[in-house]
Design a binder for this molecule. Structure first.
Ligand code: NAD
Length: 328
């Protein structure tokens, strides 16, 4: 099948495109190489795609373009069997600073994709949503029917995207699935996230820095689990018209995360604290029961195992990745 991966030069989209090529699918990546964070990581990801594609009988295309441009989107969707939509302006803080830009990309861009997919009659659109749609927890772990009251413009755009997808399914019969990812980490992860920062500092003998008191809790998801969920959905209609949490269901405090990284790399370091940042969720915790029932999803690693694997990857890729983390 030919799969269009929007945002395929980014962290998660990059892993998805790599896995789909490895599985023998034809892949088109659409990405505008938005300089939100170090472009070097995206260039590296595109090189990985070319290397994987070279060894296989698959067609790989990278198109530098924008999901806000309906003509580009229409032309690419017309050739696709499945659309896997990862392109977005990620980042809660960025959305507080630039709400118009975030809305343009995450809402208008998604409508372009859905509209083109409806016209092209694609088999399925799989969309990256986020735990940010939930907002303040009334009960944890979040189940998919928990009230949605996002506390950031980013969360609002992701919730709007979900509603748009549902409406396209109901009005036009377009099969769509929204996956609510819970903080994703792993090789090539966005450099401005807690795990990459903690690892980078500890590797260099500098104490990890926590924003707030460290008692915020997060459900960290290893990127391979996100890949598995998307891979299953390429050929399954089990979740059409639905939303699923994709998390680890193993939530830990930021304090514990910093200790986990520190203990594996530099146990002598004392953790440092700075003031909390606005609009960050206090607690996230995924129930993955529904994803387990509907698509057989099962988280594969504990956080300590996943962090260990990321540290191993970081050390093997330190030469090119570390300067990009340090400049972010
Ligand atoms: P990312 O920033 O690494 O990837 C997004 C990609 O989209 C980037 O390569 C960027 O260049 C591209 N992009 C941005 N604007 C674009 C536009 N207008 N046109 C075309 N391409 C554009 O982010 P990520 O962490 O890989 O996130 C992927 C998806 O998963 C996003 O939709 C994000 O909202 C969602 N998500 C991520 C996490 C996480 O923890 N990483 C958690 C929840 C949801």
């Amino acid at each position: 099948m030919r799969i269009l991966v929007t945002g395929g030069a980014g962290f998660i989209g990059g892993h998805l495109a790599e896995a789909f090529l490895d599985d023998g699918h034809d892949v088109t990546v659409l990405d505008n190489l938005e300089p939100f964070y170090a472009e070097g990581i995206k260039r590296h990801t595109l090189d990985v795609h070319r290397e994987v594609a070279e060894g296989r009988a698959v067609d790989y295309q990278f198109v530098e373009g924008d999901v806000r441009d309906p003509e580009t989107v229409e032309a690419l969707v017309a050739d696709a069997d499945v659309v896997v939509h990862q392109a977005a302006q990620a980042g809660v803080r960025e959305s507080v600073d630039n709400p118009r830009k975030v809305t343009d990309i995450n809402v208008d861009g998604t409508v372009n994709l859905l509209e083109a997919s409806k016209e092209a009659d694609v088999d399925r659109v799989i969309l990256a949503s986020s735990s940010s749609v939930y907002g303040k927890p009334q009960s944890l772990p979040y189940e998919e029917d928990h009230p949605t009251e996002p506390v950031s413009p980013y969360g609002v755009t992701k919730l709007t995207q979900e509603h748009m997808a549902r409406v396209y399914t109901e009005l036009h019969g377009l099969p769509t699935v929204c996956l609510r990812y819970f903080t994703v980490y792993g090789p090539r992860m966005r450099p401005n996230m807690a795990i990459s920062n903690f690892v980078s500092r500890c590797v260099n003998g500098e104490p990890p820095v926590i924003y707030g008191d460290g008692q915020q809790t997060r459900d960290f998801t290893y990127v391979a689990d996100v890949v598995d969920a998307n891979r299953t959905l390429l050929e399954s209609d089990a979740a059409d018209g639905d939303v699923l949490n994709i998390g680890s269901s193993d939530n830990i405090s930021i304090q514990k995360l910093a200790e986990t990284v520190r203990d594996q790399l530099a146990p002598e370091l004392e953790i440092e604290y700075e003031s909390a940042r606005e609009a960050d969720a206090e607690h996230t915790h995924a129930s993955v029961e529904k994803a387990g029932e509907v698509i057989g999803y099962e988280p594969s690693r504990t956080i300590a195992e996943g962090v260990g694997e990321f540290i191993e990857w970081y050390q093997a890729n330190r030469e090119w990745y570390e300067p990009l983390v340090r400049e972010s």
